[in-house]
Design a protein around this ligand. Structure first.
Ligand code: PLP
Length: 397
């Protein structure tokens, strides 16, 4: 197919749900991707949060290659070792409990919402309401767009799902306390809001939320779909704080590019979901579990958390220098290698111009440039990216 054939086929046969950029990629390796004309790009937003270990990491490739000729899929009424090993690996790196495997982040959150409701249904006065926050993002299914609480994702899909309070300002404990009632069963949040513009939860807030959840027998659910697997410098984002959640949800980078999601719940509540109450045909198939084991191997084996500890201050330092130079930059914020550059102007044009110059980044919430490079990014790659961004911003000031 020629480039034009591909563009035409998309416009004729694929639903226009995505705003697309006119690039056709054919290959990826580490921090780099290559287009159909063999032009090389530095990917500072690999896979929309999927690429924590970079494109085609050898540990992921060899795990998948090894499994693909043996058994690709197995329904969940049977056993296989990859799922067992992966569950143990996730728990070893977080907290004791049990997992449910899904295919995506939205499905992991759906599972968490169902578990919370099933847990709440056992109280003398059943509890079902879930509290979420302004600018949160939890997925695109009906329940998760409701939990997301941003009108733009909900418009046209009403009526939404009952049982959510979604307009709470992040880091405002007073507002949260006012919203709690005897119906409240859980608080659901991201410790760094990704789609919402890289907004970081404060230590005081999360500590107070944890205490309140304990007092009121509510569950604290942390959506780690974007913050998980080393993105913030710890294996999971909540580990930057002195708290432990009751449930975490994972997806995106867990499969190193293959679709897998997961909900981990503390042991005391995990058995709330009994046989027949929840299921997924593909969830946790041998091939995706092997890929995810490859991701853990890559993060640990390549000492990626140590690299984030070094590269994070380096990148933030470079960006702070940029911000001193360019009027267009309002603020630089984030944790680890989850970085937001808030602008005074819309970021779309900057993203497009960077891509033309060989740098892939993202803009969220119209005004926030988002950089989430692979966790093994090097100083040279950071220098190259910042140089391109600097050049593009020069034309915008
Ligand atoms: C924090 C968070 N939760 C959930 C999701 C939804 O994940 P998925 O697209 O895999 O359903 C996303 C996707 O961007 C996300 O960032």
């Amino acid at each position: 197919m020629t480039k034009q054939d591909i563009f035409d086929a998309y416009s004729d046969y694929i639903m226009p749900t995505y705003t697309k950029m006119p690039y056709i990629f054919v290959k990826g390796k580490g921090m780099k991707v290559y287009d159909i004309d063999a032009k090389q790009y530095l990917d500072f937003f690999p896979g929309w949060g999927v690429g924590n270990v970079g494109h085609c990491h050898p540990a992921v490739m060899s795990a998948v290659r090894d499994q693909v000729g043996k058994l690709i899929h197995l329904p969940n009424n049977y056993y296989h070792s990859a799922q067992a090993k992966l569950a143990k690996e996730i728990i070893r790196n977080s907290f004791d409990g049990k997992v449910f495997f899904s295919n995506s982040g939205a499905e992991a959150n759906e599972a968490a919402i169902k578990l919370a409701r099933a847990y709440g249904s056992k109280f003398a006065t059943p509890k079902y309401e879930i509290l979420t926050f302004e600018n949160a993002f939890h997925g695109r299914t009906l329940a998760t767009i409701t939990a997301t609480g941003q009108k733009k994702y909900q418009k046209g899909f009403e009526p939404l799902v009952e049982g959510f309070v979604t307009n709470l300002p992040l880091n405002d404990f007073g507002a949260l306390t006012c919203a709690v009632s005897e119906k409240t069963v859980a608080v659901l949040l991201e410790v760094v809001q990704g789609e919402g513009g890289i907004n970081v939860v404060t230590e005081d807030f999360i500590t107070a939320v944890r205490k309140l959840c304990d007092e009121k027998k509510m569950l604290l659910i942390i959506d780690e779909v974007q913050t998980g697997l080393g993105r913030t410098g710890k294996m999971f984002g909540y580990q930057n704080y002195q708290i432990q959640p009751d449930i975490i949800t994972l997806a995106k980078s867990l499969g190193g590019g293959l679709p897998i999601g997961c909900m981990l719940a503390k042991r005391e509540i995990a058995d709330t979901l009994q046989p027949g109450m929840h299921a997924s045909t593909f969830g946790g198939s041998p091939i995706v579990c092997k890929a995810a084991l490859g991701v853990f191997k890559a993060i640990v084996g390549d000492k990626m958390l140590a690299n984030v500890a070094k590269m994070s201050p380096y990148l933030f330092g470079k960006l702070k220098n940029l911000s001193a130079k360019h009027k267009a930059i309002k603020e630089v914020r984030g944790v680890g290698l989850m970085v937001g550059i808030e602008l005074n102007i819309k970021g779309k044009e900057i993203v497009e111009e960077c891509a033309k110059r060989g740098l892939l980044i993202n803009c969220t919430h119209d005004y926030v440039l988002r950089l989430m490079p692979a966790l093994n990014v090097t100083k040279r790659q950071i220098d190259a990216a910042v140089r391109i961004l600097d050049g593009v911003l020069k034309g915008m000031d």
